[in-house]
Design a protein around this ligand. Structure first.
Ligand SMILES: NC(=O)c1ccc[n+]([C@@H]2O[C@H](COP(=O)([O-])OP(=O)(O)OC[C@H]3O[C@@H](n4cnc5c(N)ncnc54)[C@H](O)[C@@H]3O)[C@@H](O)[C@H]2O)c1
Length: 292
């Protein structure tokens, strides 16, 4: 079983940065890749800023932050990831984007590198099939925000070898996280249950049953959820929520997973949630203001 000493991360958005943060704090070398130098620079600014929040919460010392940051570097092409023990893809939730990344990546990686996708919903077996190493391919699904969420779902594809699975399991333990195992079905376990609930909250808004604030307050105080479903949708990213619902709808061919037309409208408007400062709430003034 291989020890993971160096990882590559393709996609340096919310999740890629979070994964880089926890891996670097565990002493693992991390190389981040994204589509542009601007995205990489944004990640290099965001990771220390997120670590500073951990320092304020007394979860981290300044010395630990400084040490962790020495483990993080960036690569503008896949050659910089060639000697990684594990590469985790955390790019946009779009199957075509992910397929292209994996088929290109394989050309430069050492043969024993394990490949993983952080996809929220897409078939691991299908993604593995575009690579030259389906036996070394896994779903490693972190939760958002990665530094605070304890769970990681592990998903085997049809061809995943046991040594690959065991290496992934050890890697998750090395990060101090807890793994749960899901079979390779659309959206796995957490999102199979959570995302239809969020979609239903959006239908509740669409049908005028309640306002954004009424729905979120109802679920926070009435169901004891730490966050309302619309606030959570903004946090996940509405493009990701829509993609997951589309995968559930197509993959399980059941109308109960039909994405709410209002969700589609928000995504078409580019109101993707917190990451662009506007979704079901408008965050631009610093105080979230409901948009409906
Ligand atoms: N947001 C969540 O709550 C959450 C939770 C668990 C898993 N995920 C999954 O993690 C993945 C990333 O989600 P996110 O929330 O970080 O999205 P994001 O929009 O914050 O980041 C996606 C990043 O991928 C980059 N990217 C797109 N195409 C690329 C390419 N060809 N090569 C390299 N980089 C590319 C984008 O530039 C962007 O920086 C998705 O598969 C999503 O389903 C998201």
């Amino acid at each position: 079983m291989a020890e993971i000493k160096k990882i590559g991360i393709v996609g340096a958005g919310q999740m890629g940065c979070g994964i880089a943060q926890v891996c670097s704090l565990a002493g693992i070398d991390v190389v981040l890749n994204d589509v542009s130098r601007e995205r990489l620079n944004a990640a290099l600014a965001k990771i220390p800023a997120n670590m500073d929040k951990q320092i304020k919460r007394h979860e981290l010392t300044e010395a630990q932050r400084d040490q962790a940051l020495t483990h993080i570097s960036i690569a503008e092409d896949y050659k910089g990831l060639s000697d990684a023990d594990l590469v985790i893809e955390a790019a946009t939730e779009n199957e075509e984007v992910k397929r292209k990344i994996f088929s290109e990546l394989c050309k430069t990686l050492k043969p024993e590198t394990i490949l993983a996708s952080n996809t929220s919903s897409i078939s691991i077996t299908r993604l593995a099939s575009v690579t030259d190493r389906p036996e070394h391919f896994m779903g490693i699904h972190f939760m958002n925000p990665v530094p605070r969420m304890q769970l990681v779902e592990l998903i085997r594809g049809i061809a995943t070898e046991n040594t690959t699975f065991e290496t992934a399991k050890t890697f998750i333990a090395q990060l101090g996280k807890t793994a749960t195992v899901s079979e390779d079905f659309p959206a796995f376990i957490v999102n199979r249950i959570l995302l239809p609930m969020i979609n239903e909250a959006i239908y509740t808004l669409y049908e005028g049953v309640g306002s954004v604030e009424a729905i979120d307050t109802a679920m926070r105080l009435g169901a004891n959820h730490p966050m309302g479903p619309l606030q959570l949708a903004d946090f996940i990213g509405l493009d990701t929520v829509l993609s997951v619902m589309q995968v559930l709808h197509e993959g399980l061919a059941d109308s109960k997973y039909r994405p709410c037309p209002l969700l589609v409208k928000y995504v078409e408007a580019g109101w993707l949630g917190r990451k662009v400062q506007r979704g079901f709430y408008d965050y631009r003034s610093g105080t979230p203001i409901a948009t409906r």
